[in-house]
Design a protein around this ligand. Sequence first.
Ligand code: GTP
Ligand code: MG
Length: 189
Amino acid sequence: TTFVKGVVAMSGLPPDDRPEICFAGRSNVGKSTLINALTGRKTLARASNTPGRTQEINFFGLADRYLVDLPGYGFANAPVKVVEGWQALMKAYLSGRASLRRAFLLVDARHGVKPVDEEIMALLDRSAVTFQTVFTKIDKVKASERDRVLDQVRTALARHPAAYPELVVTSSEKGDGIADLRAIISTLE
Ligand code: GTP
Ligand code: MG
């Protein structure tokens, strides 16, 4: 895996000549960490405990495709104007990228789907981009809690035509679900 490019404007996107899979979700949900777990490179995508860490669209080459790390949405530790800029870029990318095969939409297993997630889901519905929900940080919840939140998420997904029905449950910390996710990525042409 290689870092290809960090993009701050739609005009800077690399040519859309290969399948792309992106990682979207609220700030701090674990997008960058998940990309690191998938690629087996701990520091490839920069992660941190500060929401708003990723402020560009970062492209990584994996085999013949791109993995795309997006800035998060929701709360961020940065000036409002700056946040607005990267949010607009993230939304423009999600609604206008021809080579985007699937969006992984990450949801914290403790928190479930929030109204801001549903806004992004609605945008993906309108853009006809299939999205698949990925539970993150499953190491932080008890099984009973996990099942309650899973029910909440399934109910939310039923409202969204672009939702892929199957969820993936992951822990980048412990490795749960990482092999499953790799297998899914390898099938997307
Ligand atoms: P932004 O770039 O700010 O949107 O955040 P992000 O979604 O890229 O989150 P990031 O990968 O930077 O991770 C945020 C924090 O969550 C970091 O402190 C990670 O170590 C932690 N984290 C991510 N995944 C897991 C996980 O599976 N388990 C646990 N326990 N912590 C995790
Ligand atoms: Mg990030």
